[in-house]
Design a protein around this ligand. Structure first.
Ligand SMILES: Nc1ncnc2c1ncn2[C@@H]1O[C@H](COP(=O)(O)OP(=O)(O)OP(=O)(O)O)[C@@H](O)[C@H]1O
Ligand SMILES: [Mg+2]
Length: 297
């Protein structure tokens, strides 16, 4: 099982859109995919249930109300159960009332609004995701688990980050991008190392193109982001700016509301996914600085 967390503290950069479209693409390859919505805004949970005409799918609504909520199988219920012993093990019924079957290969753990408040109450969230994934693994096997994170550093997103294999950071090439990435990467380095060192991939979403090429403006902003990535790489973080990018397109924006995959953009998602997987399957490179960190322990 490979785990991928899409995160950026900056809101609206396309975390949910990319997570959902990538998940659908990877599931279409025949891989078993689980998407986990840990954002109490519930955007991904909403996206999953939208029909082509923009209406909510009755099947999901019924499942969510009659089974997921009614039978107390939400993420909040799982956290409440975890909190009782807080010993790294989760004794919670992970079953079809907890995980929604969108299609054969594509499953979802929905979010729930209570996550907004719950994190204030629960202190022992740190190892929750690790325990949850162990529990899911006993129930069924997935090739990939994709987490859609909120635009902030919550205890639950920390729990995801401290377990995930891959951190995927979409950035919009604008004047705020480099600073946002710097804050994210420094935060990850500060909070996760040396305990956990996931592979971090940064890529551009919502890129404005001119005649199929990056505009001068977008290239300039991206150059800043790349410079930040290389700086952090030199300091021992496994981070890479990807060459693949997703352009700003109304069809991609509408893809979620329409509930279908924008097939004309499939190649872009193939490129993004393949580059991400190549990076993830590369053996770990030990840089001078990261060796220094290890040898100092
Ligand atoms: N490549 C794209 N082209 C055009 N519109 C896009 C693209 N990617 C995302 N959007 C649009 O940008 C808006 C924000 O996207 P999305 O909700 O995925 O961002 P987010 O980072 O998950 O937001 P939040 O921080 O609130 O969770 C949505 O209206 C979405 O349709
Ligand atoms: Mg989102």
């Amino acid at each position: 099982m490979q785990t991928i967390a899409t995160i950026n503290f900056k809101g609206g950069v396309g975390k949910t859109t990319i997570t959902w479209l990538l998940a659908r693409y990877v599931a279409s390859l025949g891989q078993r995919v689980l998407v986990v919505d840990i954002d109490p805004q519930m955007s991904l949970t909403l996206a999953v249930q939208l029909e082509e005409d923009g209406r909510l799918e009755r099947r999901f609504e019924k499942w969510y109300n009659d089974r997921h909520l009614q039978l107390r199988r939400t993420m909040v219920d799982a956290l409440a159960q975890y909190k009782i012993r807080c010993n790294g093990h989760l004794d919670f019924p992970v079953d079809q009332n907890f995980i929604y079957t969108h299609s054969n290969n594509l499953h979802l753990i929905p979010s729930v609004v209570d996550l907004y408040w719950l994190e204030l109450e629960y202190k022992c969230v740190n190892n929750f995701i690790r325990a949850l994934l162990n529990r899911i693994d006993q129930y069924t096997q997935y090739d990939y688990v994709l987490f859609d994170c909120p635009p902030s550093f919550t205890p639950l997103s920390y729990s995801v980050l401290s377990r995930t294999d891959i951190v995927l950071i979409p950035v919009n090439p604008d004047v705020f991008a480099a600073r946002g990435v710097k804050i994210m990467l420094e935060g990850l380095q500060h909070r996760l190392q040396p305990w956990h060192n996931p592979k971090i991939a940064v890529f551009m979403n919502k890129v404005r193109l001119f005649r199929d090429h990056l505009t001068k403006e977008a290239s300039g902003y991206w150059a800043h982001v790349r410079a930040i990535c290389y700086h952090q790489q030199h300091r021992g973080l496994s981070v890479r700016p990807l060459a693949s990018y997703i352009p700003q397109r109304t069809d991609i924006k509408r893809a979620i509301a329409r509930g279908n995959f924008p097939t004309e953009y499939t190649q872009l998602f193939i490129n993004l996914w393949n580059e991400l997987m190549r990076y993830c399957n590369e053996p770990e490179q030990v840089t001078q600085d990261s060796f220094q960190v290890t040898s100092n322990i």
